[in-house]
Design a protein around this ligand. Sequence first.
Ligand code: SF4
Length: 248
Amino acid sequence: MAKKRSTQSNPIAKKKQTTAWHTLNERIVACRSCPRLNAYTQRVAQEKRRAFLDWDYWGLPVPNFGDPGAALLIVGLAPAAHGANRTGRMFTGDRSGDWLFRALAKVGFANQPQATDIEDGLRLHNCAITAACHCAPPDNKPSREEISACEQFLAETIDLLQPRVFLALGQLGWQATVRHLAASNLLLADSSGKIRRPKFAHAANVKLQGNRYLLGSYHPSQQNTFTGRLTEEMLDGVFLEAQRLLHE
Ligand code: SF4
């Protein structure tokens, strides 16, 4: 991985970075590498859910969302069939997004907690959201091959942003991120001199090469939030830690 370039004070570098971000997003949206997912996202977009019959569903791969100069990169699993696959923006229009953007707004990574559609005025500051899989999968379960096919976009997103802090939401987002970190030689050796792949846990905090960090959080899915496995305080705690690390 190349050294982080500072684009904040250089308008030409900032413009180049923004252009590269948009180009990458266009390629993600145009991708048709996973026939099962491409067919499913389009079918959901045609059939719709009763509550959203008046919506013109997105029905395509969902691009990255956020600040093209972000130092915090959130890695989720995949768009929800009637959430981001409907609205066309990561975590927008579902309960997981309600939790995520509320937490982001609380610590200043987002300008508002509401995320309803792409024209709702939501902006992220120093934070971007990507996913291990950019297409909504049946039962929220992408296959290993589909995650593997999408890892090229995760790698390109990371290479473009060169984030200081990675926050993986859930086990699969964590594993995809760790694979990239291992391939990029960003994992540090432990006290015995061995480089081991860190295990996922809520509030996991792993120091990486180059003063970077990998944080873990339970995914704010209803499965976790309805059961109390993930509370608002637990999610807030992870973002407070991300903010603290960025200010170190
Ligand atoms: S999951 Fe990723 S690789 Fe597969 S079609 Fe969607 S964008 Fe392309």
